[in-house]
Design a protein around this ligand. Structure first.
Ligand SMILES: Cc1cc2nc3c(=O)[nH]c(=O)nc-3n(C[C@H](O)[C@H](O)[C@H](O)COP(=O)(O)OP(=O)(O)OC[C@H]3O[C@@H](n4cnc5c(N)ncnc54)[C@H](O)[C@@H]3O)c2cc1C
Ligand SMILES: *[C@@H]1O[C@H](CO)[C@@H](O)[C@H](O)[C@H]1NC(C)=O
Length: 518
């Protein structure tokens, strides 16, 4: 057979890796089909590698073993509710339906131990899977997943180099249009490390899968942000600087429709580092910190929100109730005042019970990074945060009494994972040094872009002019829009990468094999 067929995947985060792996598996029996994965950075992983809270799934082996009676329907409803009526129900239904398989793909095929479950904001059940500490060390979930899949792809590239190629340092700058419409390949740039000379290459392909991620990392060069969400320009962000929305321009040039571009998720809890408070890139305080019982306090030592509300609601409440002049705390290590910027900041406080349940591996990591500190008792905590001790005590007590009563509190919180107040220990008790509070300062940060290329449940990119699929162009992950509507639920993005990445891989395989035998 002389004819060859090829698939190019653009972007080496979780969506791109899932697509490449699935495309390779589905075409393994056909000689002459090649797959290439192009990544502009020196290493793969993208924002997927930064994920720390986990991946959602219902009816998984982990949920079953813990006796959690979740359902696809409950997951669909939570996701639609969070999207405030903007999500496409077909896309959401597939996400939820395929979530069981997506998690088991990682757990069984790749032996990833995703057996810790948290209930994140906006979820009716604990369904966000992450990895346990190993020998007291954290095993960050996103990095664990992308390094495992990356290793697998590296092995395929080594064993079957005629069939699969991974090219890093390759920035795709153009999609080549096919004469009969659709896509015929890509143009990408590489930079010679010695001479710094930029070289252009073109690569033919029958199918292109766009998996280039979002545009939350534009930073000081806002392009899409300036155009679609100018009010957010200047906010810090949790994203890597590679997240510049490249795929949006590539697809739009072929006529793709962009949807929900103004829907940008501001995560309420980017860590403010006391030694570097003005840094525009924030390390994310994992949502699981609140999911495991962490609470938020304003500068007066009062709670102001249901910590397990959706991200948009928590951010809104912070902007309302936590202006800078109230937040006068400092880390014990630093003598510098928190400056007026950022404008909004709150304290994130964990009791010992919440800390134990979150895991000391990751907490220790935050401490080492200078993002969280400890306080021995309530007195010390109040003094460090510079809040009134009586106010702080009442805040924690009120939280716990609502927890004991099993009612809603004044902020509408009805799930209280742990008590907020540490048990009092006699002053001579040796245990006292082991019962502590853990705290950090957090500020709203650009986190995720819900908008992107319009696509359907077969991962096909749709044309603006008539809504028809653009032949040969597929997309998955954060580059797509329409799934999360106005607000993405925590844990749904890693999931979308696996569900729609694999779907794109399957569709790509179907397209090239049908073209092949036609
Ligand atoms: C700090 C942080 C924590 C998060 N935690 C969670 C979590 O716990 N759970 C969850 O579900 N979601 C989480 N998210 C969101 C989630 O990680 C991302 O939305 C998701 O992983 C995006 O995956 P992706 O594959 O679409 O894009 P990415 O993982 O960002 O990968 C895109 C890749 O494409 C490459 N690329 C871009 N343009 C080009 C180009 N022109 N040519 C070649 N390559 C290109 C990029 O360099 C990048 O490597 C978190 C996000 C952040 C920033
Ligand atoms: C939702 O997506 C499906 C395809 O996946 C499409 O058929 C449908 O028209 C979309 N609905 C809306 C309201 O856009």
């Amino acid at each position: 057979m002389a004819a060859r067929a090829s698939i190019v995947v653009v972007g080496g985060g979780l969506a791109g890796m899932s697509a490449a792996i699935e495309a390779l598996r589905q075409t393994s029996h056909i000689a002459g089909v090649t797959v290439a994965l192009l990544e502009k950075e020196a290493r793969t992983g993208g924002n997927s590698g930064k994920a720390s809270s986990g991946i959602n799934g219902v009816l998984t082996r982990t949920q079953k073993s813990k006796g959690i009676h979740d359902s696809v329907e409950a997951f669909v409803q939570d996701t639609l509710k969070s999207g405030h009526g903007r999500s496409n129900e077909t896309l959401v239904a597939k996400l939820a339906r395929d979530s069981t398989q997506a998690v088991s793909w990682l757990q069984e095929d790749f032996k990833l131990d995703l057996d810790v479950l948290a209930r994140l904001g906006g979820h009716s059940f604990p369904r966000t899977h992450r990895r346990p500490d190993l020998d007291g060390k954290p095993q960050p979930v996103g990095w664990g997943i992308v390094s495992t899949l990356g290793r697998h792809l590296g092995e395929v590239a080594a064993l079957e180099n005629a069939r699969f190629k991974l090219v890093t340092g390759a920035r795709v700058i153009k999609l080549l249009p096919a004469t009969q419409g659709g896509v015929a390949g890509v143009v990408y740039e590489t930079i010679d490390p010695d001479t710094k000379v930029i070289q252009q290459h073109s690569m033919h392909s029958d199918v292109v899968v766009l998996a280039t991620g979002g545009f939350g990392g534009e930073g000081s060069k806002p392009h899409y942000l300036k155009q679609y969400a100018p009010q957010l320009v200047g906010l810090p962000a949790t994203n890597g600087a590679f997240a510049t929305g490249d795929g949006l321009g590539l697809a739009a040039a072929l006529g793709a429709e962009l949807v929900d571009m103004d829907q940008v998720q501001v995560h309420p809890t980017g860590f403010v580092k006391s030694t570097d408070p003005g840094n525009p890139t924030k390390f994310l305080a994992a949502e699981a910190l609140r999911g495991e019982g962490g609470i938020l306090l304003n500068g007066l030592g009062r709670r102001f929100v249901n910590e397990l509300d959706t991200r948009d609601q928590v951010t809104d409440a912070m902007n309302k109730f936590c202006s800078a002049p109230d937040t006068r705390a400092r880390h014990s290590a630093s003598t510098e005042e928190i400056p007026k910027e950022p404008l909004t900041a709150a304290f994130l406080v964990l009791s010992q019970a919440a800390a134990d349940s979150f895991g000391h591996g990751a907490l220790g990591f935050y401490e080492k990074m200078g993002l969280m500190s400890r306080a021995g008792g309530l007195e010390e905590l109040a003094a460090t945060l510079r809040v009134d001790q009586a106010v702080l005590r009442k805040t924690l007590q009120d939280h716990d009494s609502a927890r004991d009563k099993g009612t809603h509190d004044e902020f509408g919180k009805s799930v209280f994972p742990q008590s907020a107040l540490n048990p009092l220990t006699p002053s001579d008790d040796k245990l006292q040094i082991q019962i502590q509070y853990y705290w950090g300062i957090v500020t709203p940060s650009i986190h995720y872009t819900m908008g992107g290329v319009r696509f359907d449940d077969m991962a096909r990119v749709l044309r603006a002019a008539d809504g028809a699929p653009i032949p040969g162009l597929l997309a998955a992950g954060e580059v797509t829009g329409g799934l999360h509507g106005a607000n993405r639920l925590g844990g749904n993005s890693l999931l979308e990468c696996v569900v729609y990445g694999r779907e794109a891989g399957r569709q790509a395989a179907t397209l090239v094999t049908s073209a092949f035998f036609a």
